[in-house]
Every structure is written in structure tokens, then in C-alpha cells.
Design a protein around this ligand. Sequence first.
Ligand code: ADP
Ligand code: MG
Length: 624
Amino acid sequence: MTEEKMRFEAEVSRLLDIVVHSLYSNKDIFLRELISNASDACDKLRYEAIAKPDLLAGDADFKVRLLTDDVRNVLTIADNGIGMNKEDLVDNLGTIANSGTAKFLDAVSKSDNAKDVDLIGQFGVGFYSAFMVANKVEVVSRKAGEDQAWKWSSDGKGEYTISEAEMEGRGTQITLHLTDDNKEFTDEHRLRHIVKTYSDHIGIPVVLMKGDGDETLNEASALWTRPKSEITDEQYKEFYKHTSHAFDDPWKTIHYQAEGAIEYTGLLYLPTMRPFDLYDPQRKGHLKLYVRKVFITEGADELLPPWLRFVSGVVDSQDLPLNVSREMLQDHPLLTKIKNGLTKKVLSELETAAKKDAEGYETFWENFGSVVKEGLYEDQTNRDRILKLARFRSTHGDGWTTLADYVERMKDGQKAIYYISGEDIDALKRSPQLEGFAAKGIEVLLLTDPVDEFWMPSVGQFEEKDFKSVTRGGADLNDIKSDDKEADKDDKKDDAASDASALIAAIKLALGNGVKDVRESDRLTSSACCLIADEMGMDLRMERLMKQHNRVDEISPRILEINPKHSLIKKLSDIATKDAKAPILNDAALLLLDQARILEGEALPDPVSFARRLDLVMEKGLGA
Ligand code: ADP
Ligand code: MG
């Protein structure tokens, strides 16, 4: 019989190296991983068999069997699931398919050795965790509907072999040759305890084969079908890890029965940590659809809107036909109803959390807010509820605020909800455009998520108040009363005193088409100038973001605002009023524009000329 030698993918070798060499204290989890795979394999076959009942070949009694041999030091985990043929073995047990495992490797490469040890327990490295306890692993498998069985064998050191094998019936048998210090895993007390702890929720029996009669070690009824009162927190957590391939604990567990027009059971989890691939377009969600306990599909868009793609768990429908194919799901009216039901359920859970556990909710928002905000433009029906759930950074303190609280704090005469957007909170806080708002104590929202550029224009309002960018159009600051009445009066006096019209004319002449307009600013207090966008135009930073993503070709010319109260502008005004053609005005105009660009964090179109001009002006200042 021929035996083929193959090398593991490089990542697998690296992974195995970590698995074998880490003295991980909780090795028990290898059994959780192997039983989880066996149960998945049974789920897969059960689904395939709906269309092709022959695949079951008369054996519809799915189970996982554990066999021990304490003389040879061997533990075998066998299932009668879908099985693997030669290609499957190479694809599945020679590469890293599981994204969680890839994430594990990533995390390990960033940590020191001591931490690696714990990480394995958190992540679970799937099939490869077998090498934590065994120095040789043999997998014999026969795929349902095929005659030939195959054997995969490896000592976990860079290579594995594949050869033809004999096997009665379909399924997979995994034989672990335990190392001397792991003999304990042939002990039935030990196995009973591990299965109870980690695999009790598995929907098929996990049976310990004993000479004096077999013993089922787990509850063997699908967890979500059991009454809530009989399920412990630990069991919910273990099921979360199994079904979501997750390594954190769930933040919220929502287990409920929908009754009435449509009947289904939902066991939904909201994670604590953000999955690393949340923005990966290829990502498949981890919400599983069952029809009367038969697994149908996982991560279907038909089941959850994309803006809730972090929700995982199980939905088990009573009403869908068992022979519903994955293709049929697409526009199945029942599924649309379930989707609406799930969405409402999650929204109300979030609303409750926001009320009762503000801190926990804010952490959730920090992790998932940018995804939830996609719902603001994708989901018209739920927009208002999402807007109320949304949290924002603002110039009012360092924490998060709701829009309702913002509105509560609005000043007399303030009509709009002001915002500024950019990449970085701290840079935003220093923006010159905020000066006038700060002086009057007017709060401005600080937006830093790219998704903000999409929902802002489509939502437009909250409680009939327009959202307005502080980098766009007139600031209308004079209409808004600050808490400080004196400051308001000072404003008026200053305005009357300053006349920058001659300077403005000179700057316009110097800059030509480089700007759309030049005008006096009421939003600046300490800076000399800033750039703003046209009233009808796009917010400055949004436009820049769009340019980066190639959504617009050109940045449109901006408006340069100058601060008539600034001493430099006052002096320039005096010069311009006396002599509109004074040569300094041309250089000053160009320098002011470049300065405004720098304040915006934009690259200068001509840094060389800027430097030369600056040198000249400095020399003059030094009296040269
Ligand atoms: P994951 O279960 O997250 O996909 P694993 O490393 O645990 O990752 O398993 C890798 C793959 O090997 C599985 O996706 C599955 O295709 C295959 N596999 C593992 N165990 C079995 C089994 N008992 N029966 C059938 N296929 C299996
Ligand atoms: Mg697995």
C-alpha cells in the first residue's frame, strides 16, 4: 500500500510548534475541539441527507464515541458524520482554514512566551490542539457516499502521510497516541468531567464505550431547546465558543422563544470583543439557521442585516420546510419575518443595556458602533432607534454623549447640531474652526469613523435639527447666545471696529482661483485664518476622505476665512486700507492660505515657494 508524504503549510508547522512546546495547564480543551468537529460533521451530513437520504445508508443515529485503551495509552474519538476523502484531509488538516486559528497565530507573534500558553485555551486551535496531548495522531475517515477510506497520520513535526485505509461505514476516527505525561486522558472519570464541562451542549450523544455497557456523558439535547432555567452561565458560554468560534465571553446572551405569527427559538450572543475580521467583505457571520433542530446554514445574509453581523448564535425555526435549500432562503417570506424579529430583539436588548448598564454599553459602542451606524443609511425602518442608540464624542467632556443629551445642552438661538469630522479626536479638538464655538460654549460633535460620511448626508436631522459641519458655510455664530453676556457684547463692538474689506479685496486678487471666496470669520478667536467649505459643498474632511478613497477626483476650491480680531490681520488691514498695492499683501495672502492648509493637515501644493516666502517675511521682521 502506498503512502504519500506531505509537508504542512508553513503556518501549520509554526502552530504545531507552539502547541507542542507550550506547557499549557488546561490541556482538556483538545477534547472540546475534537468533539466540536465531530458534531459539526454530523450536522453537515444531516443537512446533505435532506436532499440525498441515501447518504445516511440506514445509519441516522448520529453520535460521537470515545474509546480508551490504557495499556497502549490511546484515546479514540469517532463519529458517523460526513467524513473526509483524500482531498478533504489535505485541505482541512494540512492548512489553516479556521480564521480563529489564524488570529491566534497573529496574537502569539505579538506576545511574549508566557502569554502564548494562555492564548491556546482562549482561542482553541481546532484540530491541531490534539498535539497538546499526543505525539502521534491518526485520522481514518470515509466520506458519506464514497467507498474508499483514507488514513492521515502525523507526529506533528512538519510532515504528515496519507494512505488508503479500511473502514466500515462512514465517518471519522481520530486516534491519539498519548504522551506519557498525558495518560490521564484514558481515565473515564477525567473524560466524564471534561465532556460535562465543555461539551454538554452538543446536540448529539457523546458516548463513552465501556466493556460493561456504554455511557452517554452529555445531556445530548440541543442547548437552545432546553428551558433557560436549566442552563448555567458556563453552558451558555461554552456554547458561544462552539457556535461562534469565539475566544471571548459573550457580553449579552439572548435566549427566547418567538410565538404568534411565526415561531422560532433564538439564542443570540453579542460578543465582548470585536472580531478581527469584522470589516472583511469575505467574512461569514456565525449565526446558524436550524429547522426543527436540523442544521441548514450559517452566516446567511437573509437572517441578519449586515449592520448586526457581529451577532452570533442559533435560530431554530418551527415553520420553515425541512427541505429548504440554501438557495431557496434568498427571498423566503418567512425568513424576512424572522430577520425583522431578530433585529427588533437585538435593538431592544441594546436599548435596555444602554439604560441599565451605561458603561458596558459604551464599551460595546466603542467596539461595534461603527458597524451599527451602517444601519443608519441601510435600514430606514430602524433609523430612529439606531440614532437614539448612537453615541458620540464631542467637545463636551471626554466621554460619550447621546444626541438627545446634545440637544438638551444646545444654546439659545442655536438651530443646528454642529459636527466636525476627521481621523483623529485630538487633532479635531485643535481645529481652528472650533475656536468661535468654544468661545461661545457651543458643543460640537467629533466624528472619526469613515462610515460617518455615509450616514450623515442621508440622515440629515435629529429631532428636526439639522446636522451642520463647522467647516462648511456660514457659522451663524452671532445668532447664538453664549452663557457669558459680556462676551456677546464684546463681539458686537469688535465687529463694528474692524474693517477688513480692503484686505479681503487684496487677498482675493492675490489668490485668484486658488480659493472660492475670502471672508471675515466669526468662528475664529485665536487663529488668524482657516479654510471652510461652501455652504452647499461637502464637509472639508469628508471630501478629503472621499478623495483618499477615490470617490471624488478633485478637492473643490475652499473659502478662506480671516479673523478680523487677530492682530496680524488688523495690521495687514491697515496696510491694505492705505495702499491696496503694497507688495507685502501678495506674499501675506499666499502665506495665510498655506497656513490654513497646514492647520487642516493638508499637504502644501508648493512647499518650496512657501519656505522661500516665509524666509523673506522673517528677514523683514528681523529688520534685515
Ligand atoms: P474548524 O472546526 O474551526 O473549521 P478545525 O481545525 O477544528 O477548524 O478543523 C478543520 C477542518 O477539518 C474542519 O473545518 C472540517 O472541515 C475538518 N474536520 C475536522 N474534524 C472533522 C471530522 N471529525 N469530520 C469531518 N471533518 C472534520
Ligand atoms: Mg473545529
